[in-house]
Design a protein around this ligand. Structure first.
Ligand SMILES: Cc1ncc(COP(=O)(O)O)c(C=O)c1O
Length: 398
């Protein structure tokens, strides 16, 4: 039996081999510091867990409306209004099984075979695969990220092919670089896009993780832009709820309703229990989140300064999310006793074996020579991990 061309076109995760290696080493008793996590290291808050337990006890355990419960949708309407200055009606909101499914559904409803979707590089690993699964073709543009996120307007203009371009995916705060778009940069992008019938999928899942540059929702730039934008968010990162699988979006009613129809034949509603938990999380004031952000900010400074002290590593300025994406190209090509560091996968493997430190190779995000380092780990681990990376890289150079 053969698998379909569609399934065959999906590449297996580049990060899997590193993860498998990390697990094997751990099993062998090695201490591994895991800088590869894509989720906060905190537990889901107690009040959220209690809301879920209450939902079970009260038998809130059946199908809900496909696009989400009325009360959760209303809370999301309020959330967009308060946090993002966005006014959506309930029929412009959809709740799904994580932001990942929301983006998948959006691409499914706007792309026909052969259409194009613009993706800035580096990108979150799932974007190109989801575009291909929608039968479309990713068109890459470069993203500058050393200080803040920047897209070259001319390059963006050249990437738009009016007959074919159906969407562009923007992500701020950004995975993997930790970059954040300023309002000015978003306005420049908006000016280029405005004349075209393109859907802007604005992935704002890390919105609360900003430390210097405030988060700006793309859709808040004006009514025309709002009419072209799907604002994607979720509870995974902000409330340490990655396993609960609740994501949501606000956007043009036609797109949202098509996404709901599609979802009605794939997963139906998101878990009723998780929807109650998400409702409790979103109802909570932003005060609790502020403490968490302060902790991440502290770690961000420690990791950035620590990496800066390592000779040969070029460090970008992470402004948001919980990632930093330094440039290690100075180490590519080095031959050592066990082989050669040809690319970011080799470097990540070397750091894992030599230093017991797990990172994600830049090639997973479309950019060689970099490693993604997540600071969603304890301060103690950050300090120990930095020391280990430093001595492993010193050894390579000697
Ligand atoms: C940029 C980005 N978007 C979306 C997601 C998916 O989040 P969710 O857990 O809501 O599916 C992630 C998770 O890693 C992410 O990094």
């Amino acid at each position: 039996m053969q698998i379909s061309k569609r399934a065959a076109s999906v590449s297996s995760s580049l990060t899997l081999s590193i993860n498998a290696k990390a697990k094997k080493l751990k099993k062998e008793g090695r201490r591994i510091i895991n800088f590869s996590a894509g989720e906060p290291d905190f537990e889901t808050p107690e009040f959220v867990k209690r809301a879920a337990i209450k939902a079970i006890e009260e038998n809130f355990t059946r199908y809900t409306p496909v696009g989400g419960t009325e009360e959760l949708i209303q809370t999301i309407v309020e959330k967009f209004k308060q946090d993002n200055g966005l006014h959506y009606t309930p029929s412009q909101i959809v709740v799904g099984n994580g932001a990942k499914q929301i983006i998948y559904n959006a691409l499914q409803v706007v792309c026909n075979p052969g259409d194009e979707v613009i993706i800035p590089i580096p990108y979150w690993v799932s974007y190109p695969e989801q575009v291909r699964l929608a039968g479309a073709v990713p068109v890459y543009i470069s993203l500058e990220f050393e200080k803040e996120l920047k897209i070259d307007q001319e390059e963006l203009k050249r990437a738009i092919h009016p007959e074919k371009t159906k969407a562009i995916i923007l992500n701020t705060p950004h995975n993997p670089t930790g970059g954040v778009f300023t309002r000015g940069e978003l306005e420049k992008i908006a000016r280029v896009i405005e004349p075209y019938p393109i859907l802007v999928i604005s992935d704002e899942i890390y919105e609360k993780f900003v430390y210097e540059t405030p988060h700006v929702s793309f859709a808040s730039l004006g009514d025309t832009i709002k009419g072209k934008t799907l604002t994607v968010n979720g509870v995974s990162k902000t409330y340490s709820m990655t396993g609960w699988r609740i994501g949501y979006a606000g956007g043009p009613e036609k797109i949202i309703q098509a996404m709901i129809r599609l979802q009605s034949h794939s997963t139906s509603c998101a878990s009723s229990i998780s929807q109650k938990a998400a409702l409790a999380a979103l109802d909570e004031s932003n005060e609790k989140i502020k403490r968490l952000i302060k902790e991440f900010d502290h770690r961000r400074k420690i990791i950035k300064d620590g990496l800066k002290k390592i000779k040969g590593v070029k460090v970008n300025k992470p402004q948001g999310a919980f990632y930093i994406f330094p440039d290690f190209t100075n180490f590519l090509g080095i031959v050592y006793d066990k082989g050669q560091i040809r690319n970011s996968i080799d470097l990540a493997s070397y750091l894992l074996e030599e230093a017991g430190v797990a990172t994600v190779p830049g090639s997973a995000f479309g950019l060689e020579g970099h490693l993604r380092i997540s600071y969603a780990v304890s301060l103690g681990d950050i300090k120990e991990g930095l020391k280990k990376i430093r001595s492993a890289l010193d050894k390579l150079r000697s």
